[in-house]
Design a protein around this ligand. Structure first.
Ligand SMILES: Cc1ncc(COP(=O)(O)O)c(C=O)c1O
Length: 412
């Protein structure tokens, strides 16, 4: 019955499957004896979902009209758009981003922002450029939008961002594609917790400006975890002197930064030096919104605007975010220090929800099996184990690195 293009659609979301196994193990062996490090959801040290008081209060205060009504427009409420610009680009946008046009389109989460971007900028059959360590949904979303993917190596042998590999792939694909969509997930990259330095960003932008001489470039910066890096770079320092055929789209989401995963609110924020490019972005994105999900949760957008457009409430949110950053830092410190002590190699973590332990290709199923025997449930990727430090209570970290090392020594 399926249409030809849908015949091979089979989703095997490893993170959700492993999380299901973890829940089963908890019911068998008890919560204290199981480590569930699978999902990118922040939990407190009692293993309950982490919430921000200000978000909870503002959401519960919404009127029936806001809770149950349609959004005022397909592309999002005006206050929401202003708020997203404020969160992402800061104040004084016109003076900080001279000669740059911007627009915001509301989407269901960051996923919607990524889909909308892929759908309208990947030519059918073309490849989107991704890092080899990545949030694997990018591949699926590209497939759903009619594209494929290619990868560059995220790190070089010294564990620095692999500019050479990035440049090689960018230039290679710019020779053969009319449009090239490139995903950067920064800061707090999923799954490594890596954050690019300002110098690396500058070099990336230089490469993209060179590639623009050959093809149109769409840089999609997925900032799903940005608020968990309190030293996040300001975009005004990196997005300047942008050629007309370099479109920057920032994928924004409230899932992580408002601890509001189920509200399904996000946005595309586009920046371009061409008015026409922004107009086309607005028109095509609105069309896709209407054709796929119609409009985004009015309640989620209103809650966000009520906080961001009120100085004191925004400050409260920042204070609560800061507490959660400190919690993640305490957890990552324990894991990183123990890893150093016992000689367990990890990929360069700076901040965020995840830490990755690399291993050689071809042993992933064995690694999953052996970890699960020890009641450790994590996302085992092709070349690494992603530990979601966001979901493990601090007291369960002691000894975790050692157990992982035992598994890898046994298999490698
Ligand atoms: C890197 C990254 N980008 C985007 C998302 C999308 O999240 P959502 O669609 O819930 O906003 C996630 C969720 O896990 C993610 O890890």
């Amino acid at each position: 019955m399926l249409a030809k293009h849908s015949k091979n659609k089979k989703i095997s979301d490893k993170a959700f499957i492993t999380s299901g196994k973890a829940k089963l193990a908890i019911s068998k062996y008890g919560k204290e004896n199981v480590i569930n490090a699978t999902l990118g959801v922040l939990y407190n040290d009692l293993e309950e979902i982490y919430t921000f008081d200000i978000v909870d209060q503002e959401y519960r205060k919404l009127s029936s009209q806001d809770l149950y009504g349609y959004a005022s427009s397909i592309t999002g409420d005006e206050n929401f758009k202003t708020s997203v610009k404020k969160i992402v680009l800061g104040e004084n946008i016109e003076s900080n981003f001279p000669n740059i046009y911007t627009d915001v389109i509301s989407t269901p989460g960051g996923t919607g922002a990524i889909y909308n971007t892929f759908k309208n900028y990947i030519e059918y059959g073309d490849k989107v450029l991704l890092p080899n360590f990545m949030w694997s949904s990018y591949k699926l979303i590209s497939g759903e939008a009619g594209g494929g993917y290619d990868c560059y190596s995220l790190f070089d042998s010294k564990n620095n961002f692999n500019l050479l590999s990035f440049e090689k792939k960018v230039l290679e694909l710019s020779e053969i594609q009319k449009n090239l969509v490139i995903v950067i997930n920064d800061p707090c990259q999923n799954p490594t917790g890596y954050t690019l330095t300002e110098d690396e960003w500058e070099k990336i932008m230089d490469i993209l400006k060179r590639a623009c001489k050959k093809t149109n470039i769409v840089l999609l910066n997925d900032i799903a975890y940005r608020d968990f890096d309190n030293k996040a770079l300001e975009f005004k320092n990196i997005f300047k002197d942008i050629p007309e055929n370099l479109l920057i789209i920032i994928a924004f989401s409230i899932s992580k930064s408002f601890c509001s995963y189920g509200l399904r609110v996000g946005a595309q924020l586009a920046l371009s030096s061409s008015h026409r490019v922004i107009e086309q972005f607005r028109e095509a994105s609105a069309y896709t919104c209407r054709g796929i999900w119609s409009n985004v949760s009015r309640a989620g957008m209103q809650m966000l605007s009520n906080i961001i457009l009120n100085k004191n409430k925004y400050l409260e949110l920042k204070i609560e975010l800061d507490k959660s950053i400190k919690l993640l830092k305490r957890r990552s410190d324990i894991f990183i220090n123990e890893s150093k002590d016992i000689g367990l190699k990890i990929l360069p973590y700076k901040s965020g929800f995840f830490i990755t332990i690399p291993f050689k290709k071809g042993i992933d199923s064995k690694v999953s099996l052996e970890l699960e025997k020890k009641n450790i449930f994590a996302l085992v990727m092709e070349e690494g184990i992603r530990i979601a430090i966001c979901s493990i209570p601090s007291h369960k970290f002691k000894g975790l690195a050692s157990k992982i090392k035992e598994v890898l020594i046994e298999i490698e």
